[in-house]
Design a protein. Sequence first.
Length: 115
Amino acid sequence: QVQLVESGGGLVQAGGSLRLSCAASRTLFGLNAMGWYRQAPGKQRELVARISSGRLTNYADSVKGRFTISTDYAKNTMYLQMNNLKPEDTAVYYCNALRAGMDSWGQGTQVTVSS
């Protein structure tokens, strides 16, 4: 299993930007995919963005053109650059890693966007 630690959340005004980081306890080599998920109060956890071992990315329609997922293999870290944030982006954001059919999750970081 992979230990994951998120950071970078906070309070930002609508239209602002944040960059989330997810530090992994091991090399990213060998992971099948990594992703960011979010869960707003009273809602189910949803996929925000995902990146495969082949660097292929996919995004939720609601964040396309505003969010960018990336990985830095030298730092064992995944990022989520979030621009033009909207109040509906408010949620706890979770980092996920998939390896050999097993999911690992971080503890989550709160993102709050004020209008």
